[in-house]
Design a protein around this ligand. Structure first.
Ligand code: ZN
Length: 96
């Protein structure tokens, strides 16, 4: 009995779509000489908001908080690594 292995043609059809950068019309940032009204940009999405706010909406606030939490965690990782190394060293030293 002979078994035949058929090779199926691989589909490698990866199509890259050109990234279209579209700017909303009439969105002017600070001009060279124009007087810019006191305003801020949403920390999360970057839309113009009033200076008494940090983000444009509750959704952005939640997303921003999540990102900051993650960022904080990322900053602690090296310290955790150093702590583990020191702990390992201590174990090695005291086990002798
Ligand atoms: Zn926003």
């Amino acid at each position: 009995m002979a078994s035949s292995n058929k090779k199926s043609p691989k589909k490698s059809g990866k199509k890259k779509k050109p990234v279209m950068i579209s700017r909303p019309p009439g969105s002017e940032d600070d001009g060279p000489t124009g007087v810019v009204k006191d305003h801020k940009h949403c920390f999360n999405c970057g839309v113009s908001i009033t200076p008494d706010k940090d983000v444009c909406s509750n959704k952005c606030q939640a997303e921003w908080d999540r990102m900051m939490k993650r960022k904080k965690m990322m900053t602690y990782i090296p310290y955790i690594g150093i702590g583990l190394v020191i702990l390992f060293y201590m174990l090695v030293i005291y086990s002798q």
